[in-house]
Ligand binder design. Structure first.
Ligand SMILES: NC(=O)C1=CN([C@@H]2O[C@H](COP(=O)(O)OP(=O)(O)OC[C@H]3O[C@@H](n4cnc5c(N)ncnc54)[C@H](OP(=O)(O)O)[C@@H]3O)[C@@H](O)[C@H]2O)C=CC1
Ligand SMILES: O=C1CO[C@H](CO)[C@@H](O)[C@@H]1O
Length: 313
């Protein structure tokens, strides 16, 4: 695979920079994916939960049909959502994702969250009071389903998302196929250094989601408005977005910024021609607020036994 990559524990190489697709609207995501391919992106982060995999797949296959890329040149990630944790449902969810994408396999398939919701096809099953209904299906059962799908040739690599240290250890204790990656929220306000170090010690790579624009569930403070980051960006004649992406890739963390804007697609990919000094990397690391810097809190799941964010990391 061309470009800068990260090597997984199974030998597979993953492009260190990919395109996120959450909240990329149908009607615009396909064009964004095609523009991204033309710019040089070879890694696309998808999920059944994003409800746009069909359009993403159509765009990828169009670029394959046009001869711009081959299937093996692109790295496609998808994820199994919380209502599909039971073994048969996890397999069915993968089949649906593959059908939507129009692909025979995905390169990486992640357990999107460690906690399970009520089994079925409703992604947010609620009771009469509007509260999400949980399931106690263990994430190890979901992992076993993914292992079987690897053996069936439908997935090249399997991994986790939003798993904490203890949950990763439980997977490792029960895994026949080791996870290659844990995808987590990561940016200077939640730099995840301890989790990254722990994952590295277990041969697991980390992907940074929401690397640019965290204000969401809680915070209204964004790295995009941070004076320390602005000063660093100015010094390298780069944008704040470019510094935020470079911050991740320079420490070996895969980054998947989302945009549907052509100019930003190009800018976000233009991060391989400068190197942040150790001093500037330290300044960015020093902005960490630990769990207080976390934005994606998943309030629906806070009472679930497998809610991941009650421990330090
Ligand atoms: N595993 C998980 O649970 C999760 C996974 N993800 C994945 O990670 C991806 C990235 O995270 P996401 O939540 O989208 O957040 P991002 O940090 O990628 O930020 C996206 C937002 O920032 C804007 N933006 C993009 N580039 C720039 C730039 N250079 N300067 C200023 N603004 C910019 C985009 O707007 P515009 O499009 O208008 O340019 C969009 O509003 C997701 O798309 C998804 O694939 C995300 C959350 C959770
Ligand atoms: O992938 C995701 C996109 O972001 C959402 C929250 O804003 C998450 O719930 C979800 O896991």
């Amino acid at each position: 695979m061309a470009g800068t990559t990260v090597k997984f524990n199974n030998g597979v190489e993953c492009p260190i920079l990919g395109l996120g697709t959450y909240l990329s609207q149908r009607g615009e995501v396909g064009q964004a994916v095609k523009d991204a391919v033309d710019i040089g992106y070879r890694h696309f982060d998808c999920a059944y939960f994003y409800e746009n995999e069909k359009e993403v797949g159509d765009a990828i296959r169009q670029k394959i049909d046009e001869g711009v890329i081959k299937r093996e040149d692109v790295f496609i990630t998808s994820k199994v959502w919380n209502n599909f944790h039971r073994k048969d449902l996890a397999k069915a969810a993968l089949d649906k994702t593959l059908a939507d994408l129009g692909l025979e396999y995905v390169d990486l398939f992640l357990v999107h969250w460690p906690f399970a919701y009520k089994d079925g096809w409703d992604m947010r099953p609620v009771d009469s009071t509007g509260k999400v209904i949980y399931s106690d299906v263990d994430f190890v059962e979901t992992w076993k389903a993914l292992e079987e799908c690897v053996k069936a040739g439908k997935i090249k690599s399997i991994g986790l998302s939003n798993f904490n240290k203890e949950q990763i250890l439980k997977i490792l204790d029960n895994a026949e196929i080791k996870p290659v990656n844990n995808q987590v929220e990561c940016h200077p306000y939640l730099n995840q250094s301890k989790l990254i170090e722990f994952c590295k010690s277990k041969g697991i790579t980390v992907t940074a989601y929401r690397p640019i624009s965290p204000p969401d569930d809680l915070s209204d403070v964004s790295p995009l408005n941070d004076p320390v980051i602005a000063k660093i960006a100015q010094k390298y004649n780069k944008s704040i977005g470019q510094v935020l992406i470079r911050f991740q890739t320079q420490r070996g963390v895969i980054a998947i910024p989302k945009t549907v804007t052509k100019k930003r697609l190009a800018d976000n990919f233009d991060v391989f021609d400068f190197v942040l000094s150790n001093e500037d990397m330290d300044a960015l690391l020093n902005l960490d607020q630990g769990n207080k810097g976390r934005c994606v809190l998943m309030p629906d799941a806070v009472e679930h036994k497998d809610y991941p964010f009650n421990s330090e990391y």
